[in-house]
Design a protein. Structure first.
Length: 365
């Protein structure tokens, strides 16, 4: 009985060993297959690219179907190229097509026309990632257009009945992707600006500041950097809790308002991609931003002055209970903060109160 049990155990272990070897062999084969076919990692099926004859056949058929307005059938063929890569090239009516990216772009166009903007975006993103030699400007323009529609327009109902609702997270993710995919002064600054504006709208202040800082650091000469500086100052101002609280946000807001007024004494020049209408509109917006920046600087200085006044008052009344060497220092700590309140915002109400307090202390009142 023991011998039989021993034989069965040995057989079981041997079979398990063979199974493990087979799994390891399959894993090695899979990894080598991935290595053999670079550029396939963006696709649903990370496998060997389609055979050229197969890819060309699908494209020809879809091309004819689309011409015949049979878009559903054409779409199903075009979207085969979301699964695997193809580098096939085909000439139709004296025009040469890169089969796979052209199919994906046509699929994106059909999806956009149907109101399926999210899927259209995915197809365009795949082109930008996997087929970098395709018409980049065309893809980038389409990515921006669809992303802005998704973020700003009312989404079409699903099947004409079920309402769709926008997702702030998805909108921000899309523009973040565009800023990475379309590195360059034409599209990336615009993507970062829209990302920031959506983040502000969704009360995601840190994400907004991150996008705006990236814009001014990566594209300092782009005309949108002017607006970015102003928006950073505004975002930090919204984070200010009041003079009784920590003044980090106040200082940051004040610094950006002051930097803005120094850097952008005049509006940035016209961009080569701007129309007359857009340029004129931007100049009017700049004039308004500059005026608001001057007012924002005053508000932040007044808030900072009020904060220093409160600290000075607190030290005057309670400093003797916790400040070491109070007998030696006397009123110096509170006087320092009162003077700072006057220096920061000399025309403010806080400055006038600080002046009276200084006078009272000097008179021994």
């Amino acid at each position: 009985m023991k011998s039989l049990l021993f034989i069965l155990t040995v057989n079981f272990l041997f079979l398990d060993f063979l199974s493990a070897q087979k799994r390891n062999s399959r894993n090695l084969h899979d990894s080598s297959e991935e290595h053999l076919f670079p550029g396939t990692g963006f696709f649903i099926k990370n496998r060997k690219p389609y055979e050229d004859y197969q890819a060309k056949g699908w494209f020809k058929e879809a091309f004819i179907l689309e011409k015949e307005k049979k878009t559903s059938k054409a779409l199903s063929l075009y979207e085969k190229f979301t699964k695997r890569r193809s580098d096939a090239i085909l000439k139709i009516d004296a025009k040469t097509y890169k089969v796979a990216p052209e199919s994906l772009f046509r699929a994106a166009t059909i999806r956009e026309a149907r109101g399926d903007w999210s899927k259209s975006f995915d197809h365009l993103k795949l082109i930008a990632q996997a087929y970098t030699d395709y018409d980049f400007e065309l893809v980038a323009d389409s990515l921006m257009r669809i992303s802005e529609r998704l973020a700003k327009e009312k989404l079409p109902s699903r099947w004409g009945i079920i309402p769709r609702f926008r997702s702030g997270n998805q909108d921000r993710s899309r523009f973040n992707e565009i800023s990475s995919l379309t590195k360059g002064p034409k599209h990336a600054p615009r993507a970062l600006m829209v990302l920031a504006e959506i983040s502000i709208k969704d009360n995601k202040e840190e994400e907004a500041v991150d996008a705006l800082i990236r814009l001014v650091n990566l594209y300092p000469d782009h005309y949108l950097s002017e607006k970015a500086y102003f928006l950073i100052a505004q975002v930090y101002e919204k984070m200010v809790a009041g003079p009784a609280y920590d003044q980090v946000a106040t200082m940051k807001s004040l610094n950006f308002y002051e930097d803005y007024l120094i850097l952008y004494e005049n509006a940035p020049g016209r961009d080569i991609h701007e129309t007359d209408e857009k340029y004129d509109s931007r100049i009017k917006e700049y004039a308004l931003r500059k005026k608001n920046a001057e007012l924002g600087r005053i508000r932040m200085r007044e808030t900072l002055a009020s904060s220093k006044l409160e600290i000075g008052s607190y030290l005057e009344n309670y400093g003797k209970y916790f400040i070491t060497r109070w007998r030696d220092l006397g009123d110096k700590p509170s006087l320092q903060f009162y003077n700072e309140a006057i220096t920061v915002a000399p025309e403010s109400e806080a400055a006038r109160i600080a002046e009276k307090k200084i006078l009272n202390l000097k008179n021994g009142e």
